[in-house]
Design a protein around this ligand. Structure first.
Ligand code: SF4
Length: 329
């Protein structure tokens, strides 16, 4: 079939696979306290279907990197076995996972042994009260234990993803950096994006990349590392040392022109962009006995329809109906 190239010449090599829309936290910018109506379990791709689609994407469409996401992927029964089977795909894809860290301390070693290469853990505060206010759960210690277990299991470099919000945790940038520097993990700040189910995103409350750099520069010398390719994070060397910090300016400095990402939802929909307002259903053809070539062709066609970028600044911008928790990071 050949590489996944869209109408703008972008080559897609990074497949993000959501394994569930369920989560055990209730982050205020992602989910209401009562949770959401979960995807019907019959609609969720089985382990075999997930492994088959990823296999087709790697063998026939040039995907080299696979990131497992959610909701919370650690809630997916059989996760370790899914990782093991994905690691057996030839050519072997690089395997990463994004998690909220709850329960990670228990499975980090098994995930590493199964073939997981890298891990990102979401953490927006070092303070227990703020953690409870933000996530509606008192689980900060579990997350910290998960980060350290992942580091000790060799899932490195362990990356910590943080979202800062005005009036909530905007003053935490340096505390989060201190923790990450002290524990040998890499911190990346992500500008908050309009993907919440309540459609309540307010640009005024988003802490921008420039503001984050300014906050960190109050105590550290930051040197931009420059060329980042398709990687979303702008990296900065800290105090001329080996440690770096990343900033993902999705809204104020979009990196869509170099995008190499395509997504598969837990219920088998291909999304050619995080902000796509249309999807391509793979589940029906998969369950109707479609061959690998037909599945690959459908993914190709979805990429052909990809827009230039997220268009958040366009007056015509429409937030996707599907919430972030059912799309995955
Ligand atoms: S918003 Fe869409 S096009 Fe832009 S970087 Fe993200 S996935 Fe790619």
């Amino acid at each position: 079939m050949g590489a996944l190239v869209d109408g703008f010449g972008r080559v897609h090599t990074d497949l993000r696979v959501s394994l569930t829309d369920k989560c055990n936290l209730r982050c205020t910018y992602c989910m209401p306290a009562e949770g959401l109506d979960w995807l019907p379990s019959d609609n969720l791709l089985t382990d075999d279907e997930v492994v088959r689609v990823v296999g087709i994407a790697v063998r026939d469409l040039g995907i080299t990197d696979v990131r497992l996401t959610g909701g919370e992927p650690l809630l997916r029964r059989g996760l370790v076995d899914i990782v093991r089977r994905l690691a057996e795909i030839e050519p072997r894809p690089r395997l990463a996972l994004t998690t909220n860290g709850i329960g990670l301390a228990r499975v980090a070693r098994d995930l590493a042994a199964a073939g997981l290469d890298r891990i990102n853990v979401s953490l927006d505060t070092m303070h227990r009260a703020t953690f409870v206010a933000l996530t509606r759960r008192d689980r900060l210690d579990d997350v910290l234990a998960g980060i350290e277990a992942a580091r000790d299991a060799g899932l490195g470099p362990v990356k910590v993803n943080s979202v800062l919000m005005r009036g909530v945790n905007e003053g935490e940038a340096l505390d989060l950096l201190d923790y990450c520097l002290a524990h040998g993990v890499q911190l990346r700040f992500i500008e908050q994006m309009p993907l919440d189910p309540q459609h309540g995103w307010d640009r005024e409350l988003m802490v921008t990349a420039d503001e984050i750099i300014e906050m960190l520069s109050a105590r550290h010398t930051l040197t931009p590392l420059g060329e980042r390719g398709s990687a979303p994070a702008e990296l900065y060397r800290i105090d001329d040392g080996p440690a770096v910090v990343g900033v993902i300016a999705s809204v104020t400095k979009p990196f869509c022109a170099a995008c190499d990402r395509v997504r598969l939802t837990a219920d088998g929909q291909v999304r050619n962009c995080l902000f796509a307002t249309e999807e391509s259903d793979l589940r029906a053809p998969l369950r109707a006995g479609a061959g690998d070539a037909a599945i690959a062709a459908q993914i190709q066609a979805a990429i052909q329809r990809k827009r230039a970028g997220h268009g958040i600044d366009d007056p015509s911008f429409l937030q996707p109906e599907r919430p972030m928790s059912a799309i995955g990071g």
